[in-house]
Design a binder for this molecule. Structure first.
Ligand SMILES: Cc1cc2nc3c(=O)[nH]c(=O)nc-3n(C[C@H](O)[C@H](O)[C@H](O)COP(=O)(O)O)c2cc1C
Length: 331
C-alpha cells in the first residue's frame, strides 16, 4: 500500500499532484471537483497585476480630473480600491477554503515591482494558504540587459514577501540568461518554493489569411523534458522546494519529476485535454509505479535521480546530439 501524502509549500497534502493555475481553478465548484478527484492542493487562476494597476490608474485619473492630488487622499483611494478590485478574487479564496480541506494557493501574475504588492496581504487575510507569484516579462527589449529583468523580478519577490506571513513560491519562465544563478538568487530571498516553468501564449502565423494568431494552448505529453532537466539540475542544491510544471500528463512523468527532486507536480493541460478524471489516473499511475518498485512513500525515492545524486550527472548537462545518439535516433 503506497502513501502519497507529502508537503507542498510546507503544508501537509494528501498527494503531490497539484492543480496548476488555470481557468479550471477559477470557481469554487471546479475547485471542489478538483479536490474530489484527488488534487493535493489547488493554485488559483492568476489575478493579473495589470487589472489592479489599470483600475488604480483609472481612479487616480478621475481624482486628478477633480483636482484632488493631495498624497494622503490618493493613498486613501489606493487602499480603498483594493477592496473593490479584489472583491471577486477574495470571495473565490474564501469560498474555496470553505468547500475543500486541501491548501488553496492564490496566484498573482506580475511584471513590475510597482505598488500592487501591497494587495497581496488581502489574499492572506481572505484565507489563502500560500501565494504563487507568476512573474514574467518577455525579455525582448533590445536595449535592456538580462540583469535589469532579473533585478525587477527579485524586487517583486522582496516587496511581496515583506507583506506576508504565508509561504510564497515563485513560478518562473526558462527565459533567463543565467537560469541557474537566477534560481539561486530567488532561493536566497527565502521563498518556500520555485515552480519550473510557466507556459505562455505563443503567437503563430496563418499563411492562408496572412495574419498572426495563437499557437497551441495546451502542452502535449512529450513536452516535459525541459522541466525535467531543470528540476533535476537544481533540486537539492537550493534551500527551497522545487515544483514541476509543464507536460505532466501521466503518473510515470509525475514519478520522473519526483525522482528528479520535485516536491510537487503541477498539472494543467492534461485536465483540459482529458477532463478532471486525469487526476485520479495520474495518481494511480504514480502509485502503481511506486508499488512496482517497492517504494512505500514519496520520500523513499524523491530526488534519487537528481543531478547531485545520480550516477552519471553529466547526462543532465548534455546539450549536443553526438553522432552515436543521432545514429540511434535514425534507426
Ligand atoms: C488555459 C490555461 C490558463 C492558464 N492560466 C494560468 C494562470 O492564470 N497563471 C499561471 O501561473 N499559469 C497559468 N497557466 C499555465 C499552467 O499553470 C501551467 O504552468 C502550464 O500550462 C504548463 O503545464 P501543463 O503542461 O500541465 O499545461 C495556464 C495554462 C493554461 C493551459
Amino acid at each position: 500500500m503506497t502513501d502519497l501524502s507529502t508537503y507542498y509549500m510546507g503544508l501537509p497534502v494528501p498527494s503531490p499532484i497539484i492543480a496548476a493555475s488555470s481557468t479550471l481553478t477559477s470557481s469554487p465548484v471546479c475547485i471542489a471537483e478538483l479536490a474530489r478527484n484527488g488534487a493535493g492542493a489547488v493554485v488559483l487562476n492568476s489575478l493579473f497585476e495589470e487589472e489592479i494597476v489599470v483600475e488604480l490608474n483609472r481612479r487616480k485619473e478621475s481624482l486628478n480630473a477633480l483636482n484632488i492630488n493631495h498624497p494622503e487622499v490618493l493613498e486613501f483611494y489606493e487602499k480603498l480600491d483594493v477592496d473593490e478590485i479584489l472583491n471577486d478574487y477574495l470571495k473565490l479564496i474564501f469560498e474555496a477554503k470553505k468547500s475543500v480541506d486541501i491548501p488553496i494557493i492564490a496566484s498573482i501574475n506580475c511584471v513590475s515591482p510597482g505598488k500592487w504588492h501591497y494587495f497581496a496581504k488581502y489574499l492572506q487575510e481572505a484565507g489563502a494558504d500560500g501565494l504563487e507569484l507568476n512573474i514574467f516579462t518577455l525579455p525582448a527589449d533590445m536595449e535592456t540587459s538580462g540583469q535589469v529583468y532579473e533585478e525587477a523580478a527579485l524586487e517583486i519577490i522582496r516587496n511581496t514577501m515583506a507583506e506576508l506571513n504565508i509561504p510564497v513560491c515563485v513560478k518562473i519562465s526558462p527565459y533567463y540568461s543565467g537560469l541557474g544563478n537566477m534560481i539561486s538568487q530567488i532561493d536566497s530571498l527565502g521563498v518556500k518554493g520555485i515552480t519550473l516553468f510557466n507556459r505562455f501564449f505563443k503567437p503563430d502565423l496563418n499563411l492562408d489569411e496572412m495574419t498572426i494568431g495563437a499557437g497551441p494552448v495546451y502542452t502535449d505529453p512529450s513536452e516535459y523534458l525541459n522541466t525535467l532537466r531543470w528540476v533535476g539540475l537544481v533540486a537539492g542544491k537550493v534551500e527551497c522546494d522545487i515544483y514541476a510544471s509543464g507536460g505532466i500528463h501521466d503518473g510515470l512523468t509525475a514519478a520522473k519529476m519526483l525522482a528528479a527532486g520535485a516536491q510537487g507536480v503541477q498539472v494543467a493541460s492534461a485536465m483540459y485535454r482529458n477532463g478532471l478524471s486525469c487526476l485520479p489516473e495520474i495518481i494511480k499511475g504514480l502509485s502503481n509505479w511506486m508499488e512496482s518498485k517497492g517504494f512505500e512513500g514519496i520520500n523513499d525515492f524523491r530526488g534519487m535521480l537528481s543531478h547531485n545524486k545520480i550516477n552519471n550527472p553529466a547526462a543532465y548537462m548534455r546539450v549536443q546530439f553526438l553522432k552515436t545518439f543521432a545514429g540511434k535516433a535514425e534507426k
